[in-house]
Design a protein around this ligand. Structure first.
Ligand SMILES: *Cc1c(COP(=O)(O)O)cnc(C)c1O
Length: 388
């Protein structure tokens, strides 16, 4: 066994002494989850009427500082709705990292738009704003409506930066480039509830943002998501199109556009309210686990533990080791040895530009993403592992 592989296994064995079957990330339901779900059932309002959806949205809005939050059935639907409300239309291009979960690109495709893949930076694992500026300089032109891809002739309507594993992307220079080119910003904050960039919550920088509450995220509603928004008009539009675009009336069923049934059921929101009460505690224990990892992996040859950039406070949703050198063989050996030793570890997602449905999409040089794909290993990250 390679010395790097061996040292990773040894560190995990010493740090996580339970040894048997440590999952990557599991949820906890030790608060008011059952109480609130029962209250929801007793109320009869198990779909989207009733108080739980509003209450969950208010809790999210107060926690993140986003003026309006609209709960949706999952994070993918939140992203889809976000892209629709900023006006992404069939034939448009949408910039997004190749290093992200498939949902980011799927949401773009649901709009009839085309993903245009951009590279990420080593320091944040998020979109590289400087490389993006160089790329747009080379391939884009602006007109009075915004940005055009000179090579394809399509409008570059928006960008979806992702806060990868909960670590904030470098948003300020990114916003500057996007303003210059008239590109709308839809933050994929699915993984970053509880993460801050320069003191401000992720998902409050762009025009709109999406959260996810899938079972593996930092809080869960079973399935669920939310749209975050500071602009009241966009928020009203988000509410309208995620609730079948019904025109308010006491009894008439009239709809003024093709809308979606993307509203989060109250049953799920009830669970979300209980999870939000627990979020500060989840964050504290995840931070403690990350500190333990940081200390334990410090000084090991051949790899580093991924640490939040200096401008960020990360939720450490999913912890990551990064090998110094791209080596698929070594990466897979570490995955094999750690899983054999009872620790669930995983590689990063297969880069999206390699997948058959996205292979022919426009893209820039993706050398950092390609290198990171061969170097990232996610390690167990559940909050309970950071218990005092
Ligand atoms: C989880 C996730 C989503 C989608 O959320 P779902 O609730 O699973 O639909 C989108 N983007 C990223 C980066 C995610 O991790």
């Amino acid at each position: 066994m390679n010395v790097i592989t061996n040292s990773v296994v040894q560190v995990l064995l010493s740090l996580l002494p339970e040894k048997v079957n440590i999952p990557l990330h599991i949820p906890e339901f030790e608060g008011n989850e059952k109480l609130y779900v029962n209250q929801c059932i007793d109320s009869n309002f198990v779909s989207y009427l009733g108080e739980f959806v509003n209450h969950f949205e208010t809790m999210l809005s107060e926690f993140t500082g986003a003026r309006r939050v609209l709960a949706t059935v999952n994070g993918t639907s939140a992203l889809h709705a976000c892209l629709k409300i900023v006006g992404v239309a069939p034939g448009d291009e949408v910039l997004l990292p190749s290093l992200t979960f498939i949902a980011t690109a799927n949401a773009v495709s649901y709009c009839g738009a085309v993903p245009h893949f951009v590279d990420v930076e080593e320091k944040t694992l998020g979109v590289d704003p400087f490389k993006l500026a160089d790329h747009l300089e080379a391939i884009a032109a602006t007109d009075n409506e915004g940005c055009i891809d000179k090579e394809t002739g399509a409008r570059i309507h928006a960008i979806v930066p992702v806060h990868t594993f909960g670590h904030p992307a470098d948003i300020d220079p990114l916003l500057e480039v996007c303003r210059r080119y008239g590109v709308k910003v839809v933050e994929d904050a699915a993984e970053s509830l509880g993460s801050y960039y320069k003191g401000r919550h992720t998902g409050t920088f762009g025009h709109v943002a999406a959260l996810s509450f899938n079972g593996n995220k930092i809080i869960t509603t079973g399935g669920g998501g939310a749209i975050m928004c500071n602009d009241e008009d966009l928020a009203d539009l988000a509410k309208h199109i995620t609730t079948t675009a019904k025109v308010p009336h006491r009894w008439e069923y009239r709809h003024d556009m093709v809308g979606f049934n993307y509203r989060l059921p109250a049953l799920n929101a009830a669970m979300g309210c209980a999870q939000m009460e627990r979020l500060p505690d989840f964050l504290a224990r995840k931070r403690r686990l990350a500190e333990h990892y940081q200390e334990a992996f410090e000084g090991l040859e051949g790899l580093r533990f991924f640490k939040e950039p200096e401008f960020a406070i990360s939720n450490y949703w999913l912890n990551a080791l990064v090998l110094d050198k791209p080596d698929m063989g070594l990466r897979d050996e570490v995955l094999e040895a750690t899983n054999n030793a009872g620790f669930m570890t995983r590689p990063v997602w297969t880069l999206l530009h390699r997948l058959p449905m996205f292979r022919d999409c426009p893209k820039m040089d993706l050398s950092t993403s390609e290198s990171l794909e061969a170097r990232i290993i996610n390690i167990p990250s559940s909050a309970y592992l950071g218990n005092p």
